[in-house]
Design a protein around this ligand. Structure first.
Ligand SMILES: Nc1ncnc2c1ncn2[C@@H]1O[C@H](COP(=O)(O)OP(=O)(O)OP(=O)(O)O)[C@@H](O)[C@H]1O
Ligand SMILES: O=P(O)(O)OC[C@H]1O[C@H](OP(=O)(O)OP(=O)(O)O)[C@H](O)[C@@H]1O
Ligand SMILES: [Mg+2]
Length: 284
């Protein structure tokens, strides 16, 4: 029995979804215009679908799992659970108004027209704040709505903010933060749940590895103690003697952001020949 996964056919999630599956050791023949494929080395069938259609497929149990934007699940994914956050396609879903408008609070939207592709998300947010607005549902190019007199404000995805900027808008409320997630059908059966567990184990080692770097450096033995204190490793760093008397090589795994925090201190403490290498998989 195969596990059936939906991924976006084309768009922002497609490439990174295939990439993370590939890094998890799953090879998929990805022919152009192909809507369905079978993995070569994992019991998996891949369905290429529109992101917006995926919640319905999950609910119906036509697919077992999917890589999808969390924002889409919040909008129309009732009953669908999240097995794993995948760390890519990070964005916000926000309310925005023309730059020239003086904005004080969400109450300002009372009685106003808001253009959006996320009506449920907006309605829920406004209801929570006791605000009633007139929602205008459009499927794309939402940011143009205020400029053409269609709406007073908008609710859409914001990432760099450049689409808002180019359309003379400003972000005034962040309603939610989103990233790509691995979502699970409420109808998944036991055998396929077992396959999901295997897939999750692999994805977790990929995600952990993406966050970490393998660091090697040389240090004079007299400075070792100070240097080791700067390096929080997985367990404890490996220390090996160098051929040159009085020197050691230190190997450790460190969070990629942490490395930049400690690099100056490492050098100041006498570390030399520092190498930083990517890690392919990290199994705990
Ligand atoms: N600018 C962005 N930066 C980061 N992530 C984004 C951005 N825009 C969209 N996303 C994320 O990627 C997902 C897919 O967006 P994309 O625009 O490719 O598809 P879509 O047009 O919303 O959906 P469909 O596949 O149904 O046509 C969104 O649901 C969101 O989670
Ligand atoms: O803050 P930014 O970095 O500018 O990103 C936000 C924009 O990205 C998305 O559009 P996309 O490019 O996916 O086009 P679409 O409307 O056709 O989906 C989203 O709908 C916003 O318009
Ligand atoms: Mg888009």
């Amino acid at each position: 029995m195969n596990i059936r996964i939906a991924i976006q056919k084309s768009g922002r999630l497609n490439e990174d979804s295939l990439k993370i599956l590939k890094e998890a050791g799953i090879s998929i023949d990805n022919g152009k215009d192909q809507l369905k494929a079978t993995a070569r080395n994992f019991p998996m069938e891949v369905f290429y679908l529109r992101n917006g259609d995926i919640p319905q497929y999950l609910r119906d149990g036509v697919v077992d799992i999917a890589i999808i934007g969390e924002n889409v699940l919040i909008e129309k994914g009732e009953g669908i659970s999240i097995a794993e956050k995948l760390g890519f396609s990070k964005c916000k879903v926000s309310l925005a108004v023309p730059k020239s408008v003086t904005y004080t609070s969400v109450q300002d939207f009372h009685g106003k027209r808001i253009a959006t592709s996320y009506p449920n998300t907006v309605k829920q947010y406004l209801d929570k704040h006791g605000v009633s607005a007139d929602l205008h549902i459009i499927n794309g190019s939402v940011e143009i709505a205020p400029n053409i007199g269609l709406a007073d404000g908008i609710c859409d995805i914001v990432s760099s903010g450049s689409t808002l900027f180019k359309n003379g808008l400003k972000e005034v409320e962040v309603m939610l933060k989103s990233e790509a997630v691995l979502a699970v059908s409420p109808k998944i059966n036991d055998i396929r749940s077992g396959l999901l567990k295997k897939l999750q184990f692999r994805l977790q080692s990929v995600l952990r590895a993406r966050e970490s770097k393998y660091v090697l450096l040389n240090a004079p033995n007299a400075k070792l103690e100070a240097i080791l204190k700067l390096l929080p490793g997985m367990r404890s760093p490996t220390v090996l003697p160098l051929a040159e008397e009085g020197w050691s090589s230190v190997h450790t795994v460190i969070h990629k952001d942490k490395f930049w925090e400690v690099i100056d201190e490492l050098k100041a403490s006498g570390a030399e020949g520092i190498l930083v290498c990517p890690i392919e998989k990290m199994v705990l």
